[in-house]
Design a protein around this ligand. Structure first.
Ligand code: THU
Length: 136
């Protein structure tokens, strides 16, 4: 498993793909468009965006949509998530929500999360963001 830190160029590429993906977001209720881009262990980059619903609780975050997209592309082998970048249309601090952290944990025990923090771009591991993730 490749758990080494991503290069600056790899991080930048994920941010670019996530920024492109947020243009596809469906966010008429919050106006908060989010894009995500995953780097899988086998080197694929896969995007996702948030998709909201009039029944607000049914809205799906960009991160979870990107993960579902990666699984569809990689067939039935368990997809391993090496890194995920998250961007938003308001350019405000935004790290993955609790539900997404648990879903990231499912597919990448050493995943690196690239997100806009209070002081600019940050990279943290999923273990830092979700110290005691649930496993079965
Ligand atoms: N959202 C994401 O897609 N990812 C995040 O990391 C934070 C929140 C979405 C959910 C909802 O569509 C909108 O942003 C406002 O909460």
């Amino acid at each position: 498993m490749n758990t080494s830190a991503l290069t600056e160029q790899q991080q930048q590429q994920l941010i670019e793909v996530a920024t492109e993906a947020l243009k596809s977001a469906y966010a008429p209720y919050s106006q908060f468009r989010v894009g995500a881009a995953i780097l899988t262990a086998r080197g694929d980059i896969v995007a996702g965006c948030n998709v909201e619903n009039a029944s607000y609780g049914l809205s799906i975050c960009a991160e979870r949509n990107a993960i579902a997209n990666a699984i569809i592309r990689q067939g039935s082998d368990k997809m391993n998530l090496r890194a995920i970048a998250v961007v938003n249309s308001k350019n405000v601090s935004c790290s993955p929500c609790g539900a997404c952290r648990q879903v990231i944990w499912e597919f990448g025990r050493d995943a690196q999360i690239i997100f806009l923090g209070e002081r600019g771009w940050q990279t943290k591991t999923i273990r830092e963001l979700l110290p005691a993730g649930f496993s079965l």
